[in-house]
Design a protein around this ligand. Structure first.
Ligand code: RIB
Ligand code: CA
Length: 313
């Protein structure tokens, strides 16, 4: 079977970086057509820099990287340096990138790619706020029906929020963008905190990655060492939740995940719950299901997959 064509839209972010490394380690399964950067964990100039640093770490400098939207559709940008550090990729000491950004805006790359590939053959993997995707759909409504699927990390329901009591970060940064994506009508797979908080990089799992003893593996271990301090202090968890790699792992091994096809709406009005993903888990409304809302994973299988793929570098 030919490799699945994807665009990775991202705001690196240590967990984004691991997701990109997982995708780039799997060329027989995944063809990364491009990486589009968005403001989120840190401002756009840093996410666009970090994405190229990760591509160079992976030895994949042929991957086109594009800068996209530097702020949400409405409201001010909210960033997460308190989680990811000032650079967004604190932990390893990686060199500044040499590979250039591509000239085109990320939104135009998304539009052009969907228009020039056969309908239903390109998957959008969203690892940050959904600003680039929503802006592309607004600018070029014809591309919506050409998307094969969107697999995104975002939202929370039974796990509640991580940036406010009600909202997960990616959705909270740009609720208007999320509302547009969730109402677009295409096939949508959502990896909320409900599942990503079960993908914890415990000490043993991180040691197994570090034991690969390659520059990529050591960088991943150092990213996780930095990234986990926040979640361990906040949740008392055994390690960092690897949020974004769940998106790529789903493409590689969907059998590792389970969820329910339900209606998910986005709160955009109330200051108290802005960015909340309201999942009709028990079907108590007449709102049509619009997303596969993933709630569980085989964590040992996930880390076995991740470690094996990282060993290929
Ligand atoms: O809430 C977790 C999400 O927000 C992850 O994508 C992380 O990288 C940050 O973007
Ligand atoms: Ca992210």
């Amino acid at each position: 079977m030919s490799a699945r064509k994807i665009i990775i839209d991202t705001d690196p972010g240590q967990d984004d970086a691991v997701a990109v490394l997982l995708a780039l380690a799997s060329p027989e399964d995944i063809s990364v057509l491009g990486i589009t950067c968005v403001a989120g964990n840190v401002p756009l100039d840093l996410t666009a820099r970090n994405a190229r640093m990760v591509c160079e770490l992976a030895g994949k400098t042929d991957i086109p990287v594009f800068a996209g939207c530097d702020r949400p559709i409405a409201g001010a940008l909210i960033t997460a340096e308190h989680v990811h550090g000032r650079t967004g990729l604190d932990g390893p000491d990686l060199p500044m990138p040499k590979m250039p950004l591509r000239d085109r805006h990320a939104v135009d790359f998304i539009i052009d790619t969907l228009r020039t590939n056969p309908p239903g053959t390109v998957t959008l993997c969203a690892l940050g706020p959904l600003t680039n995707l929503a802006t592309a759909f607004e600018k070029a409504p014809d591309i919506v029906e050409r998307v094969q699927e969107i697999v995104l990390m975002g939202g929370a329901y039974f796990e509640v929020g991580n940036i406010t009591p009600a909202a997960e970060f990616n959705i909270h940064v740009d609720p208007e963008a999320a509302a547009k994506v969730f109402s677009a009508g295409m096939s949508l797979v959502v990896m909320p905190l409900d599942v990503t908080h079960k993908a914890l990089v415990t000490r043993g799992r991180n040691d197994a990655i570090r034991a690969l003893a390659t520059p990529v593996a050591i960088a991943v271990a150092e990213m996780t060492d930095f990234f986990e301090r926040f979640d361990k202090a906040k949740y008392g968890s055994e390690g960092a939740p690897l949020h974004d790699p769940c998106v790529i792992a789903y493409l590689l091994r969907p059998d590792l995940f389970s969820g329910r096809h339900v209606n998910v709406e986005i709160e955009t009005v109330s200051p108290l719950t802005r960015g909340m993903t309201v999942a009709d888990w028990w079907g108590v409304t007449d709102r049509a299901p619009n997303a596969l809302f993933v709630g569980d994973l085989d964590a040992n299988g996930f880390f076995a997959l991740l470690t094996e793929r990282l060993s290929r570098y």
